[in-house]
Design a protein around this ligand. Sequence first.
Ligand SMILES: CC(C)(COP(=O)([O-])OP(=O)([O-])OC[C@H]1O[C@@H](n2cnc3c(N)ncnc32)[C@H](O)[C@@H]1OP(=O)([O-])[O-])[C@@H](O)C(=O)NCCC(=O)NCCSC(=O)C[C@@](C)(O)CC(=O)[O-]
Length: 392
Amino acid sequence: MQCLRPLARRSCINRRPRHLRAFASAVDPAASHSHQHQATSNYVKIVEVGPRDGLQNEKKTIPLTTKIELIERLARTGLTDIEAGSFVAPKWVPQMADSNEILEYILKYPPTSLNPIAYSFLAPNARGLDNALSILRANPKSYQAFSEQSSPYEPDESNISNESASDSNTAPPFVEMSVFAAATESFSQKNLNCSVDKSLERFKDVIVGAKAMGLRVKAYISVVLGCPFEGYDVDPRRVAEIACDLMEMGADEIDLGDTTGMGTAPRTGELLRAMQAAGIRNEDLTMHFHDTYGQALVNTAVSLEHGIRRFDASVGGLGGCPYSPGATGNVSTEDLVYFMESLGMETGLDLNALSDIGDWITKEIGKPNSSSVGKALLGKRLAEDMKHASKL
Ligand SMILES: CC(C)(COP(=O)([O-])OP(=O)([O-])OC[C@H]1O[C@@H](n2cnc3c(N)ncnc32)[C@H](O)[C@@H]1OP(=O)([O-])[O-])[C@@H](O)C(=O)NCCC(=O)NCCSC(=O)C[C@@](C)(O)CC(=O)[O-]
């Protein structure tokens, strides 16, 4: 099936193509952790989903102040996209019940950042969108509407700040809404209490309503590479069909969720080819890998080779999904940044700062730090400090 694009949708056709010329030019990741680097066309956008996907599954209530501190710390690492909360039913996901306060806080006290940041929030239905919009309406000048000129969304090196850390961004934040469909009926029933078709009907209202307010909309599709209830055989053509439906409703981006981490390299390739065959462009795609089976970076490499330049990750490898038993967190932001930099790709992110944040937040919520790179860098720094101290 071909994806019929609404005429009104902005087109990326005129934008400069991004080519993966990176695998050739390996760099020392440790040398490029600072924000002060030269921009190149090897830019990869990393979207931090820790404050939402990373925390939503925690059983113990995490104080609002901790969630806000996490967002504020992340905002200072060079990120341009942070998923900050979720306007879902609190009885379904209690941990996200304070998302209204998080959005209010971000609007009233925009976190200090080097770049303009887009903060995204999930909304499963019109009720969730209305809750978010009522906060935006009460704070009309405190966020930016989406426009091609002013947005930080496209993977583009011009979004990487070359400023020094003291020159912080003063523009108001962008706000973005996300809907989340499923690739299988069983997961849709568990996650949204309705069929895939019914969920798409509801998302249409969310997408149209959000866009009427000038908000950009991302559309997740979960369990694209394996469902906890239906197994490995998720039909990539069905995923592509749902993606086309969502884009035709006006979604600006499709985020393919390997919710269970069951994805493998060959099936990731097959999925991306199915998306391509359906007319979905790489520029419209984000990959969202959970690392339950340790395949997230392998699948990331396959996606990079296919031409994808936008990836989700969570600091410290936080996360899981309440409706995907056994699923562990997203690929950690630290591991993803290190991996990208080892391939010569630019992320614009401060890996040392991210490693500190991963260490801090996992301690705060009493979870082990799941980032191999984060732990390695912290260990290396500790060893260097001890060596230095012994010389004094
Ligand atoms: C969709 C519903 C609401 C349907 O849930 P439902 O129970 O069928 O809905 P309902 O319309 O019958 O409402 C039930 C109650 O919830 C209230 N309600 C209804 N909607 C809202 C709302 N938006 N905000 C606040 N309250 C709401 C509503 O008012 C009512 O309250 P009551 O009268 O019982 O007191 C529910 O199933 C839900 O909230 N599901 C969300 C589940 C979720 O958040 N899952 C995790 C996010 S998805 C994910 O993590 C995957 C992803 C994105 O990361 C990608 C990947 O890894 O694959």
